[in-house]
Ligand binder design. Structure first.
Ligand code: NAD
Ligand SMILES: O=C(O)C(=O)C[C@@H](O)[C@H](O)[C@H](O)COP(=O)(O)O
Ligand code: ZN
Length: 359
């Protein structure tokens, strides 16, 4: 099947998300001839996945520096970023050199952040190798690292020069990680493209596999939602906030679990919470909330979280980036595909919504 290209605009340098099997050949073109040196940032656990990337760049004449980092969320720290700055400095990286991030969303968020901050910004090309990375993390230019105080608290907007989604990398992804990516796909369905929900409901089992009947369409639709939203609001001054559906509670759970709980799983719980907030504030009916629970459960995502965690989660939500001062702001739904902001919900409303997800 030929590659699909989805354009992302809204910046002085529009770029494409290329989706297909065997798209590695496009990489040198995205890096361009100007870059003498290229740093390939990848999880140490994904050496086999990074090897052909490094070979392709070397064959194109670049001096390649493989920069392995800890796996997954363990790499998304200021300390790992500082270590990479040191490695770039030792290699003499200049503004005409480039970074390539290969891996899941944690690795591409880190690689993007290092590219955004090194010399105040060098080009980065992202090669997501998880479902979540392809449909969400690598697209849109949000980069960052976590701190002890919260998720993604340090970061920058730094759009990539291009995104290569090689579907051939997905079969080796553990099923649990694949399913985490489905949470962001389902999110895109609830906030903007309900056909996504129909496709998952048509074949929930297939949705959990790279070879599923609707996999390609699910990926392309989710990328199209993200591309459309970020093209209109790169810096999250308004509409981009809808991409945070489920994330206010989701990020609070990730922090409570010391970043060992998969992002997509936390967002799944967060979406049920946001749906309950929507229902309890009179915006949507119980059937739409049930659709959240049913569709998430049908692909193996969690829909509840420990009752006793609530005081801690409430505290954690205070650092959410959508908050303004002491006022918490949540993405909720006015209807399917019609997201809205709920600002400053009462304590009673929040408590009631959490009781509905507490297990
Ligand atoms: N920047 C954004 O807009 C954005 C959007 C959504 C999520 N995120 C971030 O993305 C992160 C989650 O990303 P994730 O779900 O990809 O998790 P992840 O990056 O932690 O990767 C999950 C696991 O999959 C492994 N893996 C990756 N590709 C593989 C492959 N092809 N074969 C075998 N194993 C493979 C990794 O080594 C890791 O162990 C979170 O930090 C989240 O905050 C960012
Ligand atoms: O791209 C966005 O905007 C998003 O909110 C997408 C989210 O799925 C993603 O997890 C993002 O990293 C969350 O950003 P944050 O600003 O809430 O840290
Ligand atoms: Zn997310």
């Amino acid at each position: 099947m030929t590659a699909t290209r989805i354009g992302v605009g809204g910046t002085s340098a529009p770029y494409d998300v290329v989706i297909g099997s065997g798209v590695l050949g496009e990489l040198p073109g995205l890096i361009g001839p100007r870059a003498e040196q290229v740093a390939v940032i990848h999880s140490a656990a994904l050496g086999e996945v990074a090897r052909p990337v490094i070979a392709a760049l070397a064959a194109a004449g670049h001096t390649v520096h493989a920069m392995p980092v800890p796996d997954g969320e363990a790499a998304k720290t200021p300390a790992v970023a500082a270590d990479l700055w040191a490695r770039l400095g030792q290699a003499g990286f200049t503004r005409s050199d480039a970074v390539v991030g290969v891996g899941g969303g944690a690795t591409t968020d880190l690689a993007g952040f290092v590219a955004a901050t090194w010399l105040r910004g060098v080009p980065v090309v992202l090669m997501p190798t998880t479902l979540l990375g392809m449909v969400d993390a690598a697209v849109g230019g949000k980069t960052g690292v976590n701190t002890a105080e919260g998720k993604n608290l340090v970061g920058a907007f730094h759009p990539p020069a291009g995104v290569l989604c090689d579907l051939a990398t997905l079969p080796s992804l553990p099923t649990a990680d694949y399913i985490g990516g489905l949470a962001e796909i389902v999110k895109a369905g609830f906030i903007a493209d309900p056909v996504i929900l129909d496709l998952v409901e048509d074949d929930p089992e297939g949705a959990t596999r790279p070879e599923g009947r609707h996999t390609r369409e699910l990926i392309e639709r989710a990328v199209a939602v993200k591309a459309d939203v970020v093209s209109g609001d790169l810096r999250e001054a308004g509409r981009r906030e809808i991409l945070n559906y489920g994330h206010t509670l989701g990020h609070a759970i990730e922090r409570a679990e010391n970043y060992t709980f998969r992002h997509g799983y936390a967002v799944a719980v967060g979406m049920v919470f946001a749906a309950e907030l929507s229902r309890l504030s009179g915006r949507i009916d119980a059937a739409l909330v049930r659709r959240h629970r049913d569709i998430l459960a049908s692909v193996g995502l969690p829909t509840g979280y420990a009752a006793q965690a609530w005081p801690r989660l409430r505290e954690n939500m205070r650092v959410d980036k959508k908050a303004r001062g002491a006022t918490l702001r949540f993405v909720v739904l006015d209807a399917l595909g019609r997201p809205a902001i709920l600002a400053g919900p009462s304590d009673d409303l929040l408590d009631a919504a959490y009781r509905a997800v507490a297990s």
